[in-house]
Design a protein around this ligand. Structure first.
Ligand SMILES: [Zn+2]
Length: 213
């Protein structure tokens, strides 16, 4: 069986291919173009397709600012995501930018689960719901673990993150992956963040602050 994994990340509130400033723009990005591409790739796929939204969607464009500040309703933009058939979504670091109540409203507005295994509440459990999902496609069990950069408190208002603990995603993955390997045939770790070392040599490529792991 061939499994196709489609992942989107950092769409940052851009739906139409415009910067929302000029009329008639046709810029080479935006969720609408991504949706078309995903439809094409899904149609061409030989076997099941998994769609993961890897985070940083609700913030970043004039439109997402309007949804947050004027409408105070993330569904103004997240409803687009709900038309794209995602299996799961993740939180990006920018998902926290408009505060916790807005983020929680956004999470509720999605039709698929949102994963954040390394963002913990006071009880030490994942605060935003599920740490992982296990999907079954053509008889194959596929586990997806969702993790985000632990560096979020360095960028956010203290009030937004005051009751949350951001754990190292490597430590979190080490905790979950062996368990998921027992429960599923395929294990995917979906991570909103970067790498701090060259993946083949292990050589540090930046200061080791913990932002990227
Ligand atoms: Zn990000």
């Amino acid at each position: 069986m061939q499994l196709t994994i489609l992942v989107t990340s950092d769409m940052h509130g851009y739906i139409q291919p415009t910067n929302y400033a000029e009329k008639g723009a046709d810029l080479p990005f935006g969720t609408a173009k991504v949706a078309t591409k995903m439809q094409e790739l899904t149609a061409q796929a030989d076997g099941p397709v998994i769609k993961i939204e890897n985070g940083d969607f609700i913030q970043g464009s004039p439109l997402s600012y309007y949804a947050a500040k004027q409408k105070q309703d993330p569904a103004e933009i997240t409803k687009v995501i709900n038309h794209m058939g995602y299996d799961v979504g993740l939180l990006g670091n920018h998902e926290f930018n408009y505060g916790l109540p807005y983020l929680e409203k956004a999470i509720k507005s999605y039709q698929h689960p949102i994963l954040a295994a390394n963002v913990l509440g006071k009880d030490g459990q994942p605060y935003f719901g599920e740490p992982y999902v296990i999907l079954e496609k053509e008889g194959v069990k596929i586990a997806i673990l969702g993790v985000v950069t632990q560096y979020i408190p360095h960028w956010e208002q203290p009030a937004t993150v005051k009751d949350l603990t951001f754990k190292s995603l490597v430590a979190t993955a080490k905790e979950y992956v062996p368990k998921l390997r027992e429960l599923a045939d395929v294990v995917i770790v979906s991570y909103h963040g970067g790498f701090e070392k060259d993946l083949s040599t292990g050589e540090a490529t930046e200061m080791l602050t913990g932002e990227n792991e």
